[in-house]
Design a protein around this ligand. Sequence first.
Ligand SMILES: [Zn+2]
Ligand SMILES: [Zn+2]
Length: 106
Amino acid sequence: MYHCDFPGCDYETELRSQIVDHHIIPRSKGGSDKDSNLFRCCPSHHSHIFIPGMEHGIHSKYSEYSIVIDNMLLSTGGYVLEYHYVNTDETLYSSITSRQFITSKK
Ligand SMILES: [Zn+2]
Ligand SMILES: [Zn+2]
């Protein structure tokens, strides 16, 4: 089963193709394809990610539900996601523990 990395999301699927590899630092700004730059999420959460300063595409638009990913830090047993909603200044932290499928990636 593949899961969405977004905290609290219970989306799961048997199809890897249903999970979106979102680049935290966009490729157009030099972001890599490494796991440490990839936030794997369901199509719904992907559509809510807003990247400030992005001029084109899905992440250039925002609504009151938009999520800004500030950082994803490697931590023991997974990653810690640092993010905030576009309508608040509060930064939220959450562990990503659902990434077991990464280790099986060839
Ligand atoms: Zn994306
Ligand atoms: Zn999700």
